[in-house]
Ligand binder design. Structure first.
Ligand code: AMP
Length: 293
């Protein structure tokens, strides 16, 4: 594996057929699953590791964001990553820079309302990664459903020749969606946090039993998550993030909540071919490597 810190070196090391996995590090099995997915395509696998300051709307959240670059490097090596791009802030945001990328409408709901500036920070850094690294493909988790929609839209709108691939959510054995922030939850908070995935699974069961009413599905999740500070529960169109009254197309049932010191998001992606098919993601059989210390 080559570890590089500049766009030029990363481009040179990755070649013309790279699949990029953008991350903020502190790897868990969700990140490793994206790397494994990237391996399936021809060409090299490039992982970017960059805690992007512009996507943090809360400076305290940026300060306490977990980091362990040595562990990340070992895990990336084990995952047979070809190139690890780990730039300094100045490489990504050169002095005097003034360009930002915003995605209107679908970037202005849900996370756009509750984390002002967050999605613009994401869109800006992803545009820089796509422009500066010129990957052929990029893999993103369905865990961040609105981020995935924003990235697909920006790549399409800016006519970037990058194929954007979404990958299912990886969950801990009890159902909690893996997130680097999970290490900040104490036991009671974690118990409360489980309401999110439990609610989404109950909604998935109801969808499979024929429920299509958005309001009903949202109520199921809100009830299960009632011991957390719920910010929103919403059934939305998977591409536009516009609210849906009924399940009649590709959709996302999304939830965000504050639990103790952290803010968690989770969702159920609901693919719709001739009928709705909820994607619960995959569940780990044993405790996550996040807790191996
Ligand atoms: P992060 O390091 O949290 O910014 O995430 C980097 C990438 O990993 C993003 O595309 C996320 O959507 C994805 N990701 C994060 N958590 C999970 C998960 N539990 N399952 C699948 N993908 C995930």
């Amino acid at each position: 594996m080559r570890v590089v810190t500049t766009f030029a070196a990363a481009r040179e090391a990755a070649g013309a057929q790279a699949t990029l996995v953008p991350t903020m590090g502190f790897f868990h099995e969700g990140h490793l699953a994206l790397m494994e997915r990237a391996r399936k395509d021809p060409g090299t696998v490039m992982v970017s590791l960059f805690v992007n300051p512009t996507q943090f709307d809360d400076p305290a959240d940026l300060d306490r964001y977990p980091r362990d670059p040595d562990r990340d490097m070992a895990l990336a090596e084990e995952a047979r990553v070809d190139v690890l791009f780990s730039p300094k802030v100045e490489e990504v945001y050169p002095a005097g820079g003034s360009t930002v990328v915003g995605v209107e409408t679908l970037g202005e709901v849900l996370e756009g309302v509750h984390r002002p500036g967050h999605l613009q920070g994401v869109a800006t850094v992803v545009a820089k990664l796509f422009a500066g690294l010129q990957p052929r493909r990029a893999v993103f988790g369905r865990k961040d459903a609105q981020q995935l929609a924003v990235v697909r839209r920006l790549a399409g709108d800016l006519r970037m020749p990058v194929e954007v691939i979404g990958h299912p959510t990886v969950r801990e054995p009890d159902g909690l969606a893996l997130s680097s922030r999970n290490v900040l939850l104490d036991r009671p908070d974690r118990e409360r946090a489980l309401g999110l995935s439990r609610g989404l699974f109950q909604a998935a069961d109801q969808i499979e039993a024929g429920e299509t009413r958005g309001r009903r599905l949202e109520e199921v999740v809100a009830k299960a998550a009632r011991h957390t500070n719920v910010e929103y529960v919403a059934l939305v169109d998977m591409t536009t993030m516009a609210p849906l009254d009924a399940l009649d197309r590709h959709a996302v049932l999304a939830v965000a909540a504050e639990v103790g010191p952290v803010r968690l998001i989770d969702n159920l992606a609901i693919d719709f071919v001739s009928s709705p098919a909820p994607d619960r993601g995959s569940i780990l059989e044993k405790e996550s490597i996040l807790y191996e210390r």
